[in-house]
Design a protein around this ligand. Structure first.
Ligand SMILES: Cc1cc2nc3c(=O)[nH]c(=O)nc-3n(C[C@H](O)[C@H](O)[C@H](O)COP(=O)(O)O)c2cc1C
Length: 209
């Protein structure tokens, strides 16, 4: 792979929320997981744990919570929110529709990778820094293999119930669920704000050029 491939992969790794139910070969899931295990993590203690889930009943039990969180919190927020920086109202409306779609079809993604940490009873503020790099590696790997996914954390609005539904033991918590499948749509450029609006040079507020 060339550096150009990597940059292109990052630029076009949109959240892919519409997925086909077609099965994903285990070999590809293994490649994604191997990419995850390459990630940096605090002290290299590798307290990460990953649950590969295909069981429809378990996924559905979590989807019920995911949808409840949408109905109670996320949906109403979308209904009144203004589009984020760098995103047109049309694009934001498309995102909302895709978020709704994923909410209804979450459990139909053929494979989930649940990214967890053995983080103990009182995880620190930076605990997630030892799992989200692995999550990003896995998203990039999925993209490189032509598979779609989205970093999702909404289930955490019902964290205890969701972790119990997935059978996580005490002292282990889920930090993200990656629903993975072949995308229905096409990968394409992500929409983000301009660099000089969020990067400062030397002094806070002085745009970086
Ligand atoms: C911490 C975090 C949590 C997220 N949780 C969800 C989620 O639960 N459901 C969802 O559909 N997207 C979720 N997303 C995806 C974001 O909505 C997405 O990255 C953002 O809208 C940008 O989309 P784009 O990469 O397609 O441009 C999450 C992203 C992050 C970083």
């Amino acid at each position: 792979m060339t550096a150009t491939d990597l940059f292109e992969t990052m630029r076009t790794m949109r959240a892919m929320r519409r997925l086909k139910p077609d099965p994903v070969p285990d070999e590809l899931i293994r490649q994604i997981l191997e990419a995850g295990l390459c990630a940096p993590n605090g002290g290299n203690f590798q307290k990460w744990r990953f649950l590969v889930l295909k069981d429809q009943a378990v996924k559905q039990a979590v989807q019920v919570l995911y949808k409840r969180a949408y109905d109670e919190t996320i949906g109403p927020r979308y209904a009144t929110a203004v589009p984020p920086p760098g995103v047109s109202p049309e694009r934001y409306a498309r995102q909302h529709a895709a978020v709704e779609y994923l909410t209804e079809h979450y459990h139909e993604a053929p494979v989930w990778i649940v990214a967890c940490l053995e983080d103990g009873a009182n995880p620190s503020r930076v605990a997630g820094a030892s799992i989200y790099p692995a999550v990003q590696n896995m998203l990039l790997a999925a993209r490189a293999l032509g598979l779609g996914s989205t970093l999702t954390t909404r289930h955490a609005l019902y964290a205890a119930e969701a972790d119990a539904a997935m059978g996580l033991p005490a002292g282990v918590h889920s930090y993200a669920i990656l629903p993975i499948g072949y995308p229905m749509g096409k990968f394409g450029p992500v929409g983000r704000t301009a660099l000089n609006e969020v990067v400062f040079a030397e002094k806070w507020g002085v745009p970086y050029v």
